[in-house]
Design a protein around this ligand. Sequence first.
Ligand SMILES: [Zn+2]
Length: 255
Amino acid sequence: MPAIDALDTNGLVDAHCHVDLYPDPMAMLRRIEDAGIHVVTVTNLPSVFGPNVAIAAPYDRVHVALGLHPELVKSHGHEISVLRELLPEAQFIGEVGLDFTTNDRDEREHQRAVLGNVLTWCADAGNKVLTIHSRRAASDVISMIGTDYPCSAILHWFSGSTAQLKRAAAAGLYFSVNAGMIRSKNGQSLIEQMPPECVLTESDGPFLQTNRCPAEPAGIALVVDYLSKRWDRSYDSTKALILANFERAMARGIS
Ligand SMILES: [Zn+2]
């Protein structure tokens, strides 16, 4: 692997980062700006969307997403009304989705109900880009999105089967891949199956750890370097391809 400092970060895409969960979000925003990275900063609850928009306002390349994390649906499901109210203000939606590490039937149903509402409201608005969590629930998530969803949907940290991946790609969904995936055999073989035009990159920082440190947007350079080798392209053209994918996802989100 090349030294990360040798790789140009300008124009990288981080389609799923939790900037507000780093110890110093303001410092992270300045680092993102200096590095020239396009970042979607997701939120886990609708009530923190406003404060995140306020701190990110000076940064053109930072997009704040409006979310209700599936693992918080049980305790904060009532915030769905806040999400609905704020929806017109957000082009990006996330983190939303399903997390079926819980075996509790009621909780799964509650998550399904919340995601179903979010998908419907976004489809009605027609101008959204969603970043979606699908741990142990890829099949349900892909079925709920359907095959002709009018907004752009990004499956973040996809960990489903090859067959599910093919269904998702055929439905026009995107995948945002991260440093954890390029380190795991399963992640590598999934990436192998992804059509390059469906691929975006993400840090999922600070949740994802690299070398026991929280992943950062700049670390995506190593993911792009990995993809460039898989796809037999230069680093710069791989970076440009991912940015083009991101711009296409946003354009579909706008039309
Ligand atoms: Zn996340």
